[in-house]
Design a protein around this ligand. Structure first.
Ligand code: PEP
Length: 255
């Protein structure tokens, strides 16, 4: 049985005070229910936020990681550092990393492998750009990103893998995939996972949707059979909105 999972990607937003305040509000207002919740603040506020949420059920995640264990890699952060400050999750291959910073599937694969070795739970992001969708290439793009990102990994090692389907044209644009569009791609991802790692693996793998998820569309998206939660950007910066999205996940999946 898959546990619904809502994660907030704060991106490059907030300062120390506002991070602590937002985390505190989330911890205070977190609804009871069958849902996993994580927040992914900027690296420099992981400790601040981790301290605020440590008595709550909210988990801590990072937005990125580097695959080398240590050494001369100026500006990078290792898996051991993330573990050290209390991270349980790490977002890998977010579309902003792929398209602004030029991350390749090969680099993303190295990051997924290092996260798994360190027992961090990777949230592997995949998603097509608008021109790729318009050209009918959505499945091909997703398949390439999945195959490339998961090269050399076994079903056993990937038991904590989370996948986030995030159509690039829906991220931060206010334009959301319809529930049917999301379900179609999620179903494709699950069937690809089944072919690669077996039915049991595919049935148990959590697949989040991301792309302008808001309180008003969250429940209809997460009511889809293969949409197991959400990776939320903009709306995760407002405590009330994020709490409503968490509530929507509980409601959608208890129906
Ligand atoms: C994201 O950052 O992963 C995201 C989906 O952003 P937004 O919700 O703002 O579209």
């Amino acid at each position: 049985m898959r546990r619904p999972f809502v994660a907030g990607n704060w991106k490059m937003n907030m300062l120390a005070d506002s991070s602590a305040q937002l985390a505190g509000e989330l911890a205070d207002k977190l609804p009871e229910g069958n849902v996993e919740v994580a927040v992914c603040p900027p690296f420099v506020y992981l400790t601040t936020v981790g301290n605020v949420i440590k008595q709550s059920k909210i988990k801590l995640g990072a937005q990125n990681v580097y695959f080398e264990p240590k050494g001369a890699f100026t500006g990078e952060i290792s898996t051991a550092m993330l573990k050290d400050v209390g991270c349980e999750y790490v977002i890998i291959g977010h579309s902003e990393r792929r398209h602004i910073f030029g991350e390749s599937d090969e680099l993303i694969n190295a990051k997924v492998k290092s996260a798994i070795e360190a027992e961090l739970k990777p949230i592997l992001c995949v998603g097509e750009k608008l021109d790729q969708r318009d050209a009918g290439q959505t499945e091909k793009v997703i398949e390439t990103q999945l195959a490339g990102g998961l090269v050399g990994l076994s079903a056993d090692s990937l038991k904590n893998l989370v996948i986030a389907y995030e159509p690039v044209w829906a991220i931060g644009t206010g334009r959301t995939a319809t529930p049917d569009q999301a379900q179609e791609v999620h179903q494709f991802i699950r069937s690809w996972l089944s072919g690669k790692f077996g039915d049991d693996f595919a049935e148990n793998c959590v697949i989040q949707y991301g792309g302008s998820v808001k309180p008003g569309n969250a429940e209809s998206l997460m009511s889809q059979a293969d949409v197991d939660g959400a990776l939320v950007g903009g709306a995760s910066l407002k405590a009330d909105d994020f709490i409503k999205i968490i509530g929507a996940a509980i409601k959608a999946k208890s129906a």
